[in-house]
Design a protein around this ligand. Sequence first.
Ligand code: HEC
Ligand code: HEC
Length: 354
Amino acid sequence: MMGTWRARRWVIPVSVVGLCVVVVMSGCVLFEDERTAKGRKLYNHYCMHCHGEHGRQGEGYNWQHMPDPRPRDLSDEATMSTFSDEEIFSTIYRDMKDTTPEVGDPIGDEEFAVPTMPTFKYTLSEEEIWDVVGYVRTLHGMSLTYDVEARKKQLEQDLKAAEEELKQAQAALAAAEQRMAEAEAQAASADVGTDVDESEEDVADEEMDEEEVVLPEEIALEKAQLRYEQAKKAWENFTKRPRRLNIPRPDLNVSDDERAELEKLGKRLYENKYGCHACHSINQQGGIVGPPLDRAGFRLNGTWIYRWILYPQGIKKHTRMPNLGVTEDDAKALTFFLKTLRAPKPDRPIPPPE
Ligand code: HEC
Ligand code: HEC
């Protein structure tokens, strides 16, 4: 009896110590808040292959295959602490820039223009990106100071206020129209059998004939409508992943000269604007996150390529390939470039996409 009790007395302290060890070893995952946990999940799905599980250089399986510049060390507090939360946010949430010297887009000092770091502006919601920024902060032992909840609340309040304003403007217009209709009816009944003063009748007629009368309430409603749409868009950008509906069919019938131009442009955009080579290889050069594209010209149909490039999530919801915000013209050029990739069959079979 005594023996068993004595043995049992150790069970509780030992398991507490054991739990602590597990917590410390797993990077205190148990104490992670909900946002950081979401950020971790997104990071592991969309970032880890290039940046590594802990943000260290050389850690991600794609790292050594990437063209220059390769990712910096996200676990290094000395450099990472020099970036504000907003700066980190804007490297992930931005538009891609054509970095070709001389012919490319103008790039301002504040703009982050590294084609091999993809944008996630068109793949994730703003809220999700803030969650990822929060997680990136933990990689170098810091935490997010930006108040995501406050921003969310603000946007929600803005939307509610705009909605209320819109309702009021609609009611005001309805009331004004009602008043006008009543005035017209009154004028009409006054007309019947009454000896109306000529000049007064003229005025009434003029008002009724005037079809182009724009009520001030109408102008106010238009403004309220616009404000409401903006507030709604801001709220949706924050809370929802962007979608791209109605991708038009591309016109891929071009003259030989045009085709040659587009192929050249496409190759340039592939490397200097969208950094496709950070994830895909051609002739064994480039990243290994996506399948090699050596034989894309044989294997894939032009219209399919075009649609895939513009909105991969529309074809495969959770693909690791981000929507890079490619313009329709750029997608066409990229399609023509990929159609030139017609390498002979390799000795080894191409590994299937992940
Ligand atoms: C295809 C590889 C790749 C993927 C995927 C990728 N990155 Fe990067 N990232 C890079 C490269 C290349 C750079 C540029 C070199 C640098 O500054 O570190 C970079 C830079 C950064 C930087 C430093 C920014 C700066 O100002 O220098 C941060 C932060 C970052 N990435 C976060 C992320 C996050 C978060 C994700 C996932 C949502 C992600 N990256 C996905 C390749 C990648
Ligand atoms: C962050 C990495 C990444 C970047 C950047 C990227 N891709 Fe991809 N790509 C992928 C992955 C992963 C797949 C596999 C899709 C899947 O099954 O989820 C893929 C698939 C493809 C496919 C289909 C290949 C096949 O054989 O089925 C094409 C074509 C393609 N990408 C073209 C591009 C182009 C063009 C760009 C630049 C505009 C680009 N990709 C940028 C990761 C990336």
